[in-house]
Design a protein around this ligand. Structure first.
Ligand code: ADP
Ligand code: MG
Ligand code: MG
Length: 889
């Protein structure tokens, strides 16, 4: 294998091997842009080193050969005394990663070659400045010396000279500083600063390799779910100097504004400076536009290069450049990071410029960004007092009164208060409080902490790991930097999209994107919001491309109408259980307690018109579109009072000698219905088979509602869905009865209803016998929540709060299987069941109605396995539409 690539040998598609920086340096080199020559040591070499603890045997020779070639090309040798070649050693993994080793510049300088450099450049000050920088960077990053020691020494030198900035130090001052720096190295690192240039280079290369496994790098990879085995590349690049006087300098730039996407001149420039000086903020930079005045030739060339890069990468790029005595050099480029809003705008702008097509535009945005744009956010124009910043763990803008324990959170929220739950870190005991709170703030823990995982699962705003906040749960207070104390009940605001924490109530504004989906803001108007315009166009691209249809999980007319506005093409899951709650509870209690068939029929008869009215409204809201109604699914005890509460009531009544016959009967029923594992108990189709008349009543309500709608010239398209079927026999029995009822209603109303009957596939057995089940089903809807639960044997109500954090930390899975479909396990069952079902019944309609229907990655999977539609909560519909479009392009 080859471990070293010259910049002329690589290209931008070799990021795995050359890292992002190396691949793009090669790409620029091959585009003919002015890149200082150099070479890249591959990630493969790094991997060998990390695995075995030793550099691959061939590496040293390969590096020597490339260094030779570089020296010949530059006409000087690394560290040569009279005219030294200097290089930078730069880390560069596939993904840019904070925590990786900082770059070391000016490698090759020594006590001797610094003199040569001074002579060659005709500038003694410059040479000693470069040398002191080398010792400083090398000491800090390669030898592990505390960087503050160098900073302090530099400060002292400036003080002694009574100057404010480093450029005012003269050669003699810098010479003294070098002596001081070398002493610091000797004391702190226990060795002399190496004078041999090759040794400098080799040590720096090894330090880059080692930094891959530094604590900060590892932590970052865990948080960002970057695999630990990628390794980093190392770039060795010949030096160019921005610190050679006022006609030199260094800068950073974007080819367009990463916040808005607008084209223009965005960047900063710093005269007479090297490397990090621009971002380190040691002197004031000037806006890039000023460069036109300072050095018109370089400025024009830079603009030209930026255009070349945009046309080549067909995207926003960010760049680093240096000007050495009027000569421009490119030191880095990459496709730049951008905000979610800018991603949408840039994608459409690039389409308009003819650089990319619609399909490519869809690849430039994603559902997570769209979801982010749909959260309400804090008003930008508001006056705020930021007091801390943590990890943006779950997006949204939340305002509420500070509470420091779950109990208070629940109590206050019951009395109508909005609260923010503040904890050092959360654990499963905090769950009630987390549910009650508007948002969650912790001072410890990262993106996979309990608070973060649970909050994301609940779609609740969360900022975690805000370390500078001192949370004192005992005294119910939090101290913020500067000493201000937030007491229980004080208002605070947290931004789960930026991680920022504010004192007081920051005004929240609705997302313009939601206003647009809701029809309250329009695209195409003169004053239309640019973002809305872009989202509108991207959604149109997605709708044109996608094959998957998108339906909503909605139980009532209001949700259905909103879903329609958001682009739903029907309802994939209408749960009927809510129709049994509220003031209907009493009827349901009577149904459950009924001793005789007559009593039971009595309560069913009363429920029928109520259910029917629900369906009439729903079918009207979704007129002309399919509505899949799921017959009753949850275990019956969910409709009865809580067992403890009821026991107390009975005991109280007994002791007071009050009548309590009803309570007692209820209590007996609760005991009778009590199950150890209700989720594996009497629920779904089993209810229909065990409680005579229940499903019959529901089917009748659906059929009559459809008949009413037809009579009103509507176009109802109801589908009846039987939950939790494990074997075709269950379905056949329920189906026979349903067909009979439908026929009865059709005859009575003199109309044909065309009601489809199908089933959920949510048990492994159903998936495994899908071929048989399809005999009795006109459609399948994969209930991937229950299917995940039953395939893994995880209780979804418990695991997220108990051991998932540990599983995520151990990397057993990168993301909860309840959030993103487990392709290998649950996914392969879905795929096999779809295939078997279609083999039996080629026109079998296939959909999915679990939470996964609105999850970006899962949507791609459902597209790949050929489902007809996904169904998700109304708010997720735009995300599903977009991802379905991306999957198809
Ligand atoms: P980072 O990934 O932190 O940006 P870089 O390797 O890009 O690290 O380098 C840090 C700084 O040093 C940047 O400003 C870069 O432009 C500058 N730099 C790197 N190599 C050279 C070089 N050969 N000549 C001049 N400046 C360089
Ligand atoms: Mg850089
Ligand atoms: Mg289910």
């Amino acid at each position: 294998v080859k471990f070293v690539y010259d910049f002329t040998e690589g290209n931008k598609d070799l990021k795995d091997l050359l890292g992002g920086k190396g691949a793009n340096l090669a790409e620029m080199t091959n585009l003919g842009l002015p890149v200082p020559p150099g070479f890249t040591i591959t990630t493969e070499a790094c991997k060998v080193y990390l695995d075995s603890g030793e550099e691959p045997a061939a590496l040293r020779d390969e590096v020597s050969a490339h260094l030779d070639a570089l020296e010949r090309r530059m006409g000087k040798k690394l560290g040569q005394a009279d005219d030294p070649l200097l290089v930078s050693v730069r880390s560069g993994a596939k993904f840019s990663m904070p925590g990786m080793m900082d770059t070391v510049l000016n490698i090759g300088l020594s006590d001797r070659s610094v003199q040569g450099l001074a002579k060659q450049a005709g500038d003694e000050r410059f040479a000693w400045d470069s040398y002191r920088r080398l010792i400083q960077m090398f000491g800090k990053t390669v030898l592990g010396v505390d960087g503050d020691l160098f900073e302090e020494a530099l400060e002292k030198a400036k003080e002694a000279k009574k100057v404010a900035v480093d450029t005012e130090l003269e050669a003699a001052d810098l010479k003294k500083l070098v002596t001081r720096f070398k002493k610091i190295v000797k004391t702190e690192a226990g060795r002399d600063f190496p004078q041999d240039p090759r040794e400098q280079m080799d040590l720096a290369i090894k330090a880059v390799f080692d930094s891959w496994n530094g604590d900060r790098a590892k932590l970052y990879r865990r948080q960002e779910r970057i695999p630990h085995d990628l390794g980093t590349a190392v770039n060795v690049c010949s030096m160019v100097f921005g610190n050679l006087g006022p006609d030199s300098g260094t800068g950073v730039a974007f080819t367009r504004d990463p916040a808005s996407g607008h084209q223009g001149v965005y960047g900063d420039y710093l005269q007479n400076a090297q490397g990090e000086d621009v971002v380190a903020g040691i002197r004031n930079t000037v806006p890039l536009a000023e460069l036109e005045r300072i050095d018109k030739k370089s400025y024009d060339q830079l603009m030209q290069i930026m255009e070349t890069l945009e046309n080549h990468y067909k995207d926003l790029c960010d760049i680093e450049f240096t000007i050495e005595r009027g000569q421009l050099w490119m030191l880095q480029t990459r496709v730049g990071k951008r905000t979610a809003g800018a991603a949408f705008r840039i994608a459409t702008q690039l389409v308009d410029q003819g650089l990319i097509d619609e399909a490519e535009a869809l690849q430039r945005v994603n559902g997570a960004q769209l979801a982010q744009l749909m959260f309400p956010r804090f008003d930008d124009s508001a006056k705020v007092e930021q007091v801390g910043r943590g990890i943006a763990a779950s997006p949204g803008a939340a305002v509420g009164k500070a509470v420091f324990d779950s109990y208070t959170a629940v109590k206050w929220s019951r009395s109508g208060e909005k609260v923010i739950l503040i904890r050092r870190e959360t654990n499963p005991d905090d769950l009630d409080g987390m549910i009650a709170a508007e948002g969650i703030l912790t001072s410890r823990g990262g993106k996979t902490s309990h608070a973060a995982v649970v909050a994301r699962g609940m779609g609740k705003t969360c900022v975690c790991g805000a370390e500078e906040l001192e949370v004192d749960t005992k005294r119910r207070r939090m101290t913020v930097p500067g000493g201000h104390v937030v007491e229980e009940g004080d208002l605070i605001s947290i931004d789960g999209s930026s991680g920022k924490v504010y004192l007081g109530e920051v005004p929240v504004v609705p997302s313009p994107v939601v206003e647009y989906f809701e029809g309250r803001m329009h695209a195409g108007a003169d004053d239309a919001d640019e973002l809305v315009e872009a989202v509108h166009r991207i959604m149109a691209f997605a709708d044109r491309k996608r094959r998957l249809r998108v339906r909503a999980n909605a139980d009532n007319a209001e949700d259905a109408l909103r879903a329609r506005r958001f682009g739903a093409q029907g309802i994939g899951l209408c749960r009927t259980e809510h129709m049994f709650l509220g003031d209907r509870r009493e009827l349901v209690e009577r149904l459950i307690l009924a001793d005789t068939q007559a009593e039971r029929e009595e309560s069913l008869k009363e429920l029928l018109p109520l259910q029917k009215q629900d369906f009439v409204e729903l079918f009207e809201a979704m007129d002309g579109l399919p509505v899949t109604v799921r017959l009753l699914d949850p275990p019956l005890h969910e409709f009865l009072p809580d067992i403890t509460e009821l026991s107390v009531r009975v005991a109280l009544a007994e002791s007071r000698q009050e009548p309590h016959e009803n309570e007692l009967r209820l209590l007996q029923a609760v005991h009778r219905l009590h199950e150890q594992n209700p989720m594996l108990g009497l629920r779904g189709v089993r209810l229909g088979l065990v409680i005579p008349g229940l499903f019959t009543m529901q089917v009748r309500a659906i059929a009559e509602a459809a008949a009413d709608r037809k009579a009103a010239k509507g176009d109802p398209r109801a589908e009846i869905m039987i939950p939790l079927v494990g074997t075709v026999q269950e379905l056949e029995i329920v189906r026979e009865e349903a067909d009979r009822v439908i026929a009865e209603v059709e005859a009575a109303r003199g109309t044909e209803l065309k009601l489809a009957i199908g089933t959920m596939i949510e048990l492994p057995r159903a998936a495994l016998t899908a071929g048989q089940i399809a005999e009795a089903a006109e459609f399948f809807s994969f209930g991937t929540n229950d299917l995940t639960q039953t395939v893994w044997g995880f209780s979804r109500d418990d695991v997220e709060a108990s051991f998932f954090t540990a599983y995520l930390e151990k990397g057993i899975f990168g993301v909860s299987p309840f959030e993103t479909i487990d392709r290998d396990g649950v996914g392969s069952l879905v795929q096999a069941a779809a295939k078997a079902g279609r083999a039996t019944r080629p026109d079998l309609k296939l959909g999915v109605c679990g939470e996964h229907g609105g999850d970006p990655e899962s949507v791609h999977f459902f597209h790949e396995v050929g489902l007809d539609y996904v169904s998700c909560s109304p708010f997720r519909i735009p995300v599903a539409r977009l991802e379905a479009g991306r999957a198809a392009s």
